[in-house]
Design a binder for this molecule. Sequence first.
Ligand code: ATP
Ligand code: MG
Length: 464
Amino acid sequence: GLAAPPEAGFVLRTLEDAGHSAWVVGGWVRDSLLGRPVHDVDVATSARWEDGARALRAAGIPVVETGTAHGTVTAVVGGVPVEVTTYRVDGAYSDARHPDAVRFVDSVDDDLARRDLTVNAMAWHPERGLRDPFGGRDDLARGLVRAVGDPDARMAEDALRVLRAVRFSARLGFSVEPATQAAVDAHAPGLRHVSRERIGSELRALLATGRGGGALRTQRPALFCAVPELAAMDGFPQRTPYHSMDVLGHVARVMDYVEVYTGGTATEHLRWAALLHDVGKPDRLTYGPEDTAHFFGHPARSRDIAREVMARLAVPRAVAVPALALVRLHDRPVADDDRSVTSILRDLDRLAPAMAPGLFFELMALKRADAAGKAPAYRGYAVEVDALEARGRALLTAGVPLRPSDLAVSGADVMGALGLPPGPAVGRALRAALDAVHRGEVGPGRDELLRWIEEHGDDSSVCG
Ligand code: ATP
Ligand code: MG
């Protein structure tokens, strides 16, 4: 049997003592029946929100009016938020986007009927047990994502459900029941009418499952309508010796391997980078001798397209900025020397300030995954990535300076050593010293650096 968290139990009792009916609904019921971790608990009730809020407040529970237009308030029980929503049905949808009106109703079954998937349309009560009018528990046991009611009508009402079906199938590792899958494919074009923010937050939730690669293989219509730029990669040939798949097939593999190399704990920006790392390839193809393809400047183009995609989907800057840095640098040719590594570190620091050390290791994971997604003969490149990563770790551990301000000498030191007034020449001398450290020409210690600056510091000023 399930046990509701005490906070939810308290909310249920309080509402029922005031003469209303109330159930735990939605994700908590689904995840608890699966024995999965639950993160929040939602309550549905016959009480209109004003009445529910009054009863809860009378019992000493703070209530925040978080979504009263949809009948939702948030009760804060012992610091734990519980969303309480009046039973409702959504009015007619005239635009595949949002209901024209919500209507509050008295029966929990009517409320369950407006929900998207059978596994999301169950209610549970500590005394009355499970309420499951659409066979959600059977679908959980069979591993099926199935629309509540007529799949075609439900996807037509709100095309976001197309992506929700894809997202829950990825998250739970379930297949999509055939009639529901047919409706997902048929109504994917309706995503055109869904706001970019809603699409963006569903896609973020899809990536958070860590199973984006599988979704990319099995849910093309839905994902191509959500992000048309992905469609350009589908079937796009890469006649290079490095690849055995089209661009999209390669991308799906890279997404899989990013999870393998991070033990399923990849960050959101690494997942976006894996999804979009080659998105500019179809734009940057030329054919060489013997009809082999070359991609000129594709990482820069991929970065530009990725930036547009993430901005459109309202992906937060804190995610987009590091993702774009990874896209830009994923294909940088590198030699097995310290300078290659310091140049990557400096570029990471420039593209995503203050994230360089962590991002360097994520870049290595992406490069390894990229190698693993290539033709068998080229997967050995992963060994070179190991060498780079070892160099990077050593340099970072030694505290390699990445910016002039990381140096053990300051602008004032330079002015003193060279007898310079403040001005651009001071910055030039510091940058020259940083380069010299990266070339291994001088150590990072203060005395050595000062000596080096005295000897070489105004070289650059001669040439401007
Ligand atoms: P999660 O753990 O991801 O929060 P959840 O099931 O709580 O899972 P939410 O997106 O928070 O998912 O939605 C809460 C519930 O509201 C869902 O379980 C579902 O019953 C219903 N729901 C949400 N969005 C829709 C929609 N677009 N159409 C129909 N029902 C929906
Ligand atoms: Mg939820």
